[in-house]
Design a protein around this ligand. Structure first.
Ligand code: THU
Length: 132
């Protein structure tokens, strides 16, 4: 898989972050089953708990457009390191993705690392657990 479009989309989305409280910009991009890519940024709120992370913004855009299967996700936060998705976002990714999907952790356009969802969320609680 070529990650260029996902990386560019996440970097562009990061620029749209609404972060008046933390000043910590995050961008994300998701690849859906038909190849459509959605970007998202973090959107903060004066009531801090109402903040939405970039990953969830991108995922919710995709799902609300009818895409329930995510094939890859890219994330960029602090450009001096690799920012990993928070715990809530890992759980939300797992709702719409197989554990084998790549999670691309971007430092900048040239530097990124790739993990799987399984790497960052072992032992996930999923809809399968509710089928028992
Ligand atoms: N944030 C994300 O957007 N994604 C993550 O996975 C980690 C945290 C945002 C939420 C908040 O706006 C800021 O980063 C600081 O926590």
């Amino acid at each position: 898989m070529n990650y260029d479009v996902l990386i560019d989309t996440a970097l562009e989305a990061r620029e749209k972050a609404y972060v008046p409280y933390s000043n910590f910009k995050v961008g994300a991009a998701v690849l859906t089953e038909d190849g459509t890519v959605y970007g998202g940024c973090n959107i903060e709120n004066a009531s801090f708990g109402a903040t939405n992370c970039a990953e969830r913004t991108a995922i919710f855009k995709a799902v609300s457009d009818g895409h329930k299967s995510i094939k890859a996700i890219a994330v960029v936060g602090d450009p001096t390191t690799h920012t990993y998705p928070c715990g809530i976002c890992r759980q939300v990714i797992s709702e719409f993705a197989d554990s084998s999907i790549p999670v691309i952790l971007i430092k900048n356009k040239q530097e990124y690392i790739v993990k799987t969802l399984q790497d960052i969320l072992p032992g996930a609680f999923t809809k399968k657990d509710l089928d028992k």
